[in-house]
Ligand binder design. Structure first.
Ligand code: HEM
Length: 511
């Protein structure tokens, strides 16, 4: 009976669906700037810094939460509301989860195999599986010991640091090197400069519109010496960084696995589990690419998010005072927080949420690509469109977050000071959407929580002093170049121990 019904229903559904798509082109494209002859919206696509603000403004101007732009054959759709993003990227994830091919990043720099940039093909699935097996979201405690240990190292360094962001880079890199490659402590540090340079180049090259070669692919054949072909030289230099970042740590771990002396990590476990009956070189390539993607995905992002949190705390001593009061109720003198304290420290959790919300570090998440024609709210959304979810707009929606420009962790608490489940968690947007949702989100949240809790337990974050010992009013400055990645610029502050007990617990002397 069931199969007879299916025989009837499936062809009818398929016919209706096909008709629906055939009719799709009768619907208008979403609104947006008027398309000019030939170049269409080429000059309307924002190319400077803070793209998310330009797109939010565009949506306001055209009074729509869906905007369409097209330039040189590329169709770009901006989604500016939580509803549109959830309806499309989450609920229709099967057709909204690919990635646009990029000539600069993917082809010329060679990053096309890394699963964050891959279309949703078998190679992407296989790499994501490797990462999920090594870092399962269902086992958030797996890395707590390493997170605590790298955070304690950070606590010892911060009072002496004259470059906070650099200290945070070491904190994140040491942790992620350990869990990805099993390379621990001091041994991880020499890899850092290459990784930072490679990630910076990726973030610039990955910004849609940053290089014309992505819109006019034929430009990739222009020789490097040709006038205006500076992008070719950049791509060549940036490709070298990719090779070094991908090969060096992987080869060390592979050698250790062969000798039986590897510390368990994403790479070592995946190498040990290779199927001897399948092509070994191919499997190694897959593991190498999955490892470097996990490593790259987890480094700069966590650094920027913690940097944003520290900067916000520096600007808001009143928030620090509330956090100190909460910590002092829960911890004894000189105690360092552990993850088991999390339920008793809701204000700390609220600070993490507010830091992720106020200045989201991935304000446009990461571009998705639509793999077939679609219709939404009466608009035609063409196959192959690049979809840009405006996370910044979602997290600055006044209805959800009144006075969104204020840093106010209390917005996440109820009248009893507990986390209020009715306030939308910014994690539902900052880590992306649908099948592409960040596979490291649970790790990132735990790293941020323990770092913020520990820093506030030990220190008061105070402004830097001038030559005469007067506090320099702190300023929050953010990178303003063309990038999808919103990160604070280097800043200075002082980490002043809250008591002698802290120095004793950390085994340091600051007097
Ligand atoms: C605060 C820290 C972090 C933020 C804000 C963040 C944000 C994101 C976002 C927005 C995406 C794209 C999602 C989409 O396309 O819809 C993403 C993807 C990804 N993230 Fe994260 N992430 C963070 C930390 C991490 C960590 C710690 C890891 C690794 C341990 C990681 C690994 C990845 C990977 C591998 C992808 C690619 C997923 C795919 O394309 O299938 N991220 N992340």
């Amino acid at each position: 009976m069931n199969s007879a019904l299916a025989l009837l229903v499936v062809p009818i559904a398929y016919t209706l669906y096909k008709r629906h798509l055939e009719n799709a082109r009768q619907y208008p494209l979403p609104p947006g700037p008027k398309k000019l002859p030939i170049v269409e919206n080429l000059f309307h696509v924002p190319r400077g810094g803070y793209l998310w603000l330009d797109y939010a403004e565009m949506c306001r101007r055209y009074e729509s939460n869906i905007i369409h732009l097209s330039a040189l054959g590329n169709s770009i759709i901006i989604l500016n509301s939580a509803k549109a993003v959830s309806d499309l990227l989450d609920k229709r994830s099967s057709i909204y989860s690919s990635r646009p091919a990029t000539v600069m990043l993917g082809e010329l720099m060679g990053w096309g195999a890394a699963f964050i940039f891959r279309p949703n093909d078998e190679f992407w699935k296989a790499q994501r599986k490797i990462m999920n097996q090594a870092m399962p979201p269902t086992d958030p405690k797996r890395f707590h010991a390493q997170q605590i240990s790298s955070t304690h190292d950070l606590l010892r360094v911060l009072p002496h640091s004259d470059d906070v962001m650099k200290s945070l880079q070491t904190w994140a890199a040491v942790f992620i090197m350990d869990v990805t490659y099993g390379i621990q402590g001091e041994e991880a540090k020499p890899y850092l400069p290459t990784v930072m340079a490679a990630l910076e180049s990726m973030s610039v090259a990955g910004t849609p519109g940053a290089f014309y070669v992505d819109q006019i692919p034929i430009l990739k054949y222009v020789p490097e010496w040709f006038l205006g072909a500076d992008f070719k030289r950049k791509a060549r230099e940036w490709a070298k960084l990719r090779v070094e970042m991908t090969e060096s740590a992987f080869n060390v771990t592979k050698e250790r696995v062969a000798k039986g002396i590897a510390t368990p990590s994403l790479t070592s476990v995946a190498l040990e589990q290779m199927d001897p009956n399948q092509d070994i070189a191919q499997q190694e390539e897959l593991i190498k690419t999955a490892s470097v993607t996990a490593y790259g995905g987890g480094s700069d992002t966590t650094v920027a998010a913690l940097g944003a949190g520290i900067l916000a705390l520096l600007m808001h001593p009143e928030v620090q005072a509330k956090a100190h009061a909460e910590l002092d109720k829960v911890l004894g003198p000189g105690d360092l927080p552990t993850f088991s304290d999390e339920p008793s420290l809701p204000y700390i959790s609220a600070i993490v949420k507010e830091a992720l919300r106020e200045n989201p570090i991935t304000p446009l998440a990461f571009p998705h690509q639509l793999t077939q024609d679609d219709i939404y709210e009466g608009y035609f959304l063409p196959k192959d469109s690049i979809i840009m979810p405006n996370v910044w707009s979602i997290l600055h929606n006044e209805e959800e977050y009144p006075e969104p420009h204020l840093f106010n962790p209390s917005r996440f608490l109820d009248a009893d000071g507990k986390l209020n489940p009715d306030i939308k968690d910014p994690a539902s947007a900052v880590f992306g959407f649908g099948r592409r949702i960040c596979p490291g989100r649970h790790i990132a949240l735990a790293s941020l929580w323990i770092a913020i809790a520990s820093i506030l337990a030990c220190y008061t974050i105070e402004p830097d002093l001038d030559e005469d010992g007067n506090p320099i009013p702190p300023k929050a400055e953010w990178y303003s170049g063309p990038t999808l990645f919103n990160h604070p610029l280097a800043f200075k502050c002082r980490f002043v121990p809250r008591s002698k007990d802290v120095e004793a617990s950390l085994g340091i002397s600051l007097s």
